[in-house]
Write a protein that binds this ligand. Structure first.
Ligand SMILES: [Zn+2]
Length: 112
């Protein structure tokens, strides 16, 4: 993990898979900041591969995390730690989470 700071918000990025760990509410806070998608430097294709690995341990407390989907964009699947209340997004997922595109809208309609 490496520390990445954007406008005072510090997140941890995995040096291997480029997934990003967000502490409680950091994901929401960063989403509102212009240009914050730059912290997500990973390849979304790699991120998708990691999505298939079901069991991921929390980088903070090593508890088994649970898989969640975003309420507004259900095609985004990420891991949450119920102990730390943080979340782990695979490479490319934060960008996707931040940018709600028309394509996302249709993708999510199909999932409903
Ligand atoms: Zn944890």
């Amino acid at each position: 993990m490496e520390k990445v700071t954007f406008h005072g918000i510090e997140v941890d990025r995995c040096t291997k898979c480029r997934g990003i760990w967000f502490d409680r509410l950091e994901k929401e806070a960063l989403k509102r900041l212009e240009g914050s998608e730059r912290v997500d430097v990973g390849d979304p294709k790699v991120g998708k591969e990691y999505n298939k690995i079901g069991k991921v341990k929390c980088p903070r407390c090593k508890t088994q995390m649970i898989s969640m989907v975003d309420a507004e964009q259900p095609h985004i699947r990420f891991e949450v730690c119920v102990i730390c209340d943080g979340s782990f997004l695979d490479a490319g997922e934060f960008k996707d989470y931040k940018e709600e595109t028309l394509l996302d809208f249709f993708k999510d309609l199909l999932l409903r």
